[in-house]
Design a protein around this ligand. Sequence first.
Ligand code: PLP
Length: 383
Amino acid sequence: MFPRKGAGEKEVLGELEEKTSSDLTFDSGRILGSMCTYPHPFAVEVVRRYIDRNLGDPGLHVGSQRVEEEAVEMLSNLLGLKRGYGHIVSGGTEANILAVRAFRNIAEVERPELILPESAHFSFLKASEMLKVKLVWAKLKKDYSVDVKDVEAKITDNTIGIVGIAGTTGLGVVDDIPALSDLALDYGLPLHVDAAFGGFVIPFAKELGYEIPDFDFRLKGVESITIDPHKMGMVPIPAGGIIFREKKFLEAISVPAPYLAGGKVWQATITGTRPGASALAVWAMIKHLGFEGYKKVVKKAMELSRWFAEELKKIPGVYLIREPVLNIVSFGTGNLEEVEEELKKRGWGISAHRGYIRIVMMPHVRKEHLEAFLVDLGGIMRY
Ligand code: PLP
């Protein structure tokens, strides 16, 4: 019920504490199956300080708009491009929707089709429904990366673009983006790379010596990339990123916004009023951690995932779905639903889908959390 009379802050906060006491928190170490994490304290401070900035009306917040442009530029640089065009958006879902929207608007095909791997994130289902773009699913190979031959076989006159994934949601697999890029160039189609998760992992992991396919704008067929700072970038939610190689993609999805207090502008994002604080936090975190800082975070996460994968193999009845590529380890068991239920009963924030349980080594996940998890899992499997 909407209260007629307000209550004191202390009382309201007390009630909130109680109501959220059933939430799992990242610092408890129990959340092992999420791509989110506790944000970096510096990013939290930046958000708090600039909480009022609205990038939906950039004429009022000209400085913040410039900072967003610089954040986009730094993300573009990370992804191998001197200058890219895009926005800090609400997350990977919005970023993917914007990419599909741009491809569709540019293609001007009557019955548009998008080819994407069976492993693609469900955000594309939303894009398909909203944009009336038919999804054409390409098969996966035994290693769970997309079968590029199947992608080619599915190209028609209605194809508006191809999607490749750099860090699949379930297994962290990186598709053969170089082959997809060649294919896209051969057929004159744009390639979108969904690196919502992998964008803040792969560049650092590659420098650390991990063998991961190239995935970014250094490949000429790649026209757009989703990269989410609110995942491994350690920026508070909401902070996604969409980067286009060329300005024409952004222009193809921009609509005039005539009545803003700051003057007429063109808006490409799905959201109108949107948090400037998020863009500022992305900028601040990149400046604060730099490439070396993120590399340290990724090093720890990658090492932990390799160690954890080996430990899992020692538990009878547990098997890896595949060797980890990024900092995600997914495993199966014979009686998965029961195992999932037992783990949840013991307070673990994990879930089983598509026949496996996914553990994501986010920055809040420490070795002792995983050791405790392994003890519980081992116990359940023995039972
Ligand atoms: N793309 C990939 C590969 C993802 O893993 C996710 C989320 O897990 C998304 C897109 C969607 O991101 P968000 O939940 O930020 O909208």
